[in-house]
Design a protein around this ligand. Structure first.
Ligand code: SAM
Ligand code: SF4
Ligand code: SF4
Length: 334
């Protein structure tokens, strides 16, 4: 059984935020002045348990779910993520299970996660230069731990991609070094346009470096690019190959929105389902999950939520749009 929304989009991809906490303070995601020591993170008792997450996954599984992504916040700050991974692998043996992480703790957990059934990892890394990295993540260290994490993931047999959020004027000069470092090793770097997600970052259109400029930068240095045809229409990144054979991607969510193929639902750490990254309201599942609902009842609730969906925020975005009340990416799951 599959379920389609009002624009005919199937639900095939679930992103699960396992925590709203993080060990970095990326300026574009969890700016320190909004996510300081006084910030009210979710209480532990408010987080979905692993069993509850598994129950949601099992219910969505019956609706044609193909991809699960564990994210956050920083998913690796939640203890025993390998146990959750194993539970999800048992619940959906055929699913593609991926993790998005800043990589800081990945060297410690890569092997156990791979053994538990994780297929892939995307490591967010905005710069190789220590100063630029520290400025993007608002920390006092460079990318060493994340780089070690990438090596550990490769050693564990996981497929690895790198995500780089591009902020105009901040990390532009890091794009070529990232491509030159990972391209020859067959690791795809995906350059993401800075988005106006949440209500706390200082996004403005002037801080976005369009993906077309990223490609121009690469072409200037490496010659004409070959566009690679997408394997699946719901892939968020479009990919190119340089003449050296290095593959990189661009996620042009601001300048070339891809809502038309968006098959993603997001489950917040406290159990609300969001049908768009830019929603300001989720659908709380906790009352069902903690109220003794059967798997069928949870599935019916999901069908009813998804069938009523018509989100297409990125197609409708305006540069001066109202942002107050919008949920943060660290909470909803990036
Ligand atoms: N902490 C993990 C990490 O950084 O990979 C997972 C959660 S993070 C919210 C997921 C992804 O969202 C990361 O690749 C991050 O770079 C991206 N992201 C966060 N804020 C963003 C923004 N304002 N615009 C574009 N991408 C953003
Ligand atoms: Fe943390 Fe990831 Fe957000 Fe950076 S992008 S602050 S690592 S959740
Ligand atoms: Fe999907 Fe919403 Fe992003 Fe459009 S704006 S691609 S509907 S999450």
């Amino acid at each position: 059984m599959s379920v389609h929304d009002l624009r005919g989009r199937a639900l095939s991809d679930l992103r699960i935020s396992v925590t709203d906490r993080c060990n970095l303070r990326c300026t574009y995601c969890m700016p320190r002045d909004s996510f300081g020591p006084d910030h009210a993170f979710l209480p532990r008792s408010g987080l979905l348990t692993f069993e509850e997450i598994r129950d949601v996954v099992a219910a969505v599984g019956g609706l044609g779910l193909k991809k699960i992504r564990l994210t956050g916040g920083e998913p690796l700050v939640r203890r025993d993520l390998d146990r959750l991974t194993r539970m999800l692998r048992v619940a959906l043996p055929e699913a593609d299970i991926a993790l998005t992480t800043n990589g800081i703790l990945l060297a410690t957990y890569a092997m156990t996660l791979a053994e538990a059934g994780l297929n892939r990892v995307t490591v967010s890394l905005d710069a190789l230069d220590a100063e630029v990295y520290a400025a993007m993540a608002d920390v006092d260290h460079g990318p060493e731990a994340a780089l070690e994490g990438i090596e550990a993931a490769l050693d564990a047999g996981l497929r690895v991609k790198v995500n780089c959020v591009v902020r105009a004027g901040v990390n532009e000069r890091e794009l070529l070094p990232l491509l030159r470092n990972f391209g020859p090793r067959g690791i795809t770097v995906r350059f993401i346009e800075y988005m106006d997600v949440g209500a706390t970052n200082d996004w403005s259109m002037t801080s976005v470096l369009p993906g077309s400029d990223v490609r121009a930068l690469v072409e200037e240095a490496h010659g004409p690019l070959e566009a690679i045809a997408p394997l699946i229409s719901s892939d968020v990144a479009r990919t190119w190959r340089t003449k050296e054979g290095w593959v990189f991607g661009c996620i042009d969510s601001v300048t070339a929105p891809f809502c038309g193929d968006c098959s993603r639902a997001r489950l917040s750490a406290d159990g609300s389902l969001y049908t768009c990254l830019f929603s300001n309201q989720g659908h709380p599942l906790l009352p069902l999950l903690r109220g003794g609902a059967s798997s069928d009842e949870v599935r019916q609730a999901l069908v009813s939520i998804w069938s009523g969906r018509k989100d297409a925020y990125s197609e409708q975005r305006s540069a001066t749009g109202e942002r107050s009340g919008r949920v943060e990416m660290s909470y909803i799951g990036g």
